[in-house]
Every structure is written in structure tokens, then in C-alpha cells.
Design a protein around this ligand. Structure first.
Ligand code: GAR
Length: 216
């Protein structure tokens, strides 16, 4: 069976969606380990509940040199822990750290992220508040392969939601999250079933080129 390692930092509701899909044999593989940079991430409880192995790799143990060097050391340790599980796919599910170039290159073509906006709009943090501040009317989430460019890798699939007049950043975040839970397991399954290919000319699903915005 195909092997998935999931990286989290928080609640892990996307992890839960992946675990639920796995439970129903709809994920195309098994989540073999969940790794968090935060010891108190609630997602670790979700993993344990599903009998999935958990590990914590704490950044505080890598505060010795300047930031760049510490990041390299942290990511090297992360790579060591991940590779121990021999994953076919590494899934970032609310993992709130910027990864080094060496990390991203190591997992090129088998590292996915979900981001709470319709990329390329609103890369980075606080996407819901920023969209509301701009009086945006359409919002959503994107699953993409991770490349060196932050939130800039090839997009696999997006889900769009309408912004409602009374929306706050919390109601909007919640509505977007419910869509994230639909598209992330789907994208993971496409990949593990061998339907997604990342090559020089872009991304294909079942041999057909995907648009720059991914499937929507
Ligand atoms: C999700 O909305 C995810 O898209 C976002 O964090 C949340 C994690 O929720 N990720 C990022 O902002 C990545 N920069 P979860 O822990 O409940 O899955």
C-alpha cells in the first residue's frame, strides 16, 4: 500500500478528513505517521485515535545559530524523521512553517500543501481577514504541489465559496475549511492512484493538462 506522512501544527481537521477517507478505503493509501512541530497540536490526538504513529519535532531544540542555519538543522531532522517512514507522499496539513530549499527539493513532486485562498491570490498568512478587508466576493482553498516559491507551486484543485454579507473571518474560515476537507483527500487519491503527473510542461490529470488554477 502507498504510504503517506502528514505534517501538522494545529487542529488537524484536514488530517481528520484524510483519516476518514483512509478508513473508508478512499484515500489510495495509508497515513503511516503524523508529525507535528508543536507538542500540543490537537491533530496529534486525532492521529492517536486512529492508531496512527505520531512524532513531534520541536523547533526549540534547534535554536543554536542564526535563523537560516537553525532552519537547515530543523529541516534536516524533519527529513530524517520523515524518511524513516519511507513515504510515497508528504502532505502538509496546516503545517505552519516555511520549509527550506533543501527540504522542498528532496520531496519534489511528492509534497503537497493546502492553502486557504484561491491561489495565486492571498499567498501567506491571514488570508480570510485580508480578503474581507479587500471586500472580496469569492474565496476558497487550493491544493498544490510545493515548490521553492512560497504558495506558488502547481495547483492541483481548488474549491470556491461565495463571501456572504455577514461573513466574519471566522465564518469564512469555517466555510472554506469544509471545502478543504472535500478537496484534499481527493487530490491525495489522484496522486496515489498515479493519475497526477508533474512534468516540465505542468500538471496533468489522466494525461490531460490541468489549467493554471487546477481543477475547480
Ligand atoms: C487550514 O485552513 C489550512 O488551509 C491552513 O491552515 C488551516 C489548518 O487547519 N494552512 C495554511 O494556512 C498554510 N499556510 P487544520 O489544522 O484544521 O487542518
Amino acid at each position: 500500500a502507498r504510504r503517506i506522512v502528514v505534517l501538522i501544527s494545529g487542529s488537524g481537521s484536514n488530517l481528520q478528513a484524510l483519516l476518514d477517507a483512509m478508513e473508508h478505503d478512499e484515500l489510495g493509501g495509508n497515513v503511516v505517521a503524523v508529525i507535528s512541530n508543536k507538542p500540543d497540536a490537537y491533530g496529534l490526538e486525532r492521529a492517536k485515535e486512529a492508531d496512527v504513529l505520531t512524532e513531534v519535532v520541536e523547533p526549540s531544540k534547534f535554536r543554536h545559530f542564526h535563523d537560516e542555519r537553525d532552519r537547515e538543522l530543523y529541516d534536516a531532522e524533519l527529513i530524517r524523521v520523515i524518511d524513516h517512514h519511507q513515504p510515497d507522499l508528504v502532505v502538509l496539513a496546516g503545517f505552519m512553517r516555511i520549509l527550506t530549499k533543501s527540504f522542498v527539493l528532496r520531496y519534489h513532486g511528492r509534497l503537497m500543501n493546502i492553502h486557504p485562498s484561491l491561489l495565486p491570490a492571498y499567498k501567506g498568512l491571514d488570508t480570510h481577514a485580508r480578503l474581507l478587508a479587500d471586500s472580496g466576493t469569492e474565496h476558497g482553498a487550493s491544493v498544490h504541489f510545493v515548490t521553492e516559491e512560497l504558495d506558488g507551486g502547481p495547483i492541483i484543485v481548488q474549491a470556491a465559496v461565495h463571501v456572504l454579507p455577514d461573513d466574519t473571518k471566522d465564518t469564512l474560515a469555517e466555510r472554506v475549511l469544509s471545502r478543504e476537507h472535500l478537496i484534499y483527500p481527493m487530490a491525495v487519491r489522484w496522486f496515489l492512484d498515479g493519475r497526477l503527473q508533474l512534468n516540465d510542461s505542468g500538471l496533468t490529470l489522466d494525461g490531460h493538462a490541468l489549467p493554471a488554477s487546477g481543477l475547480r
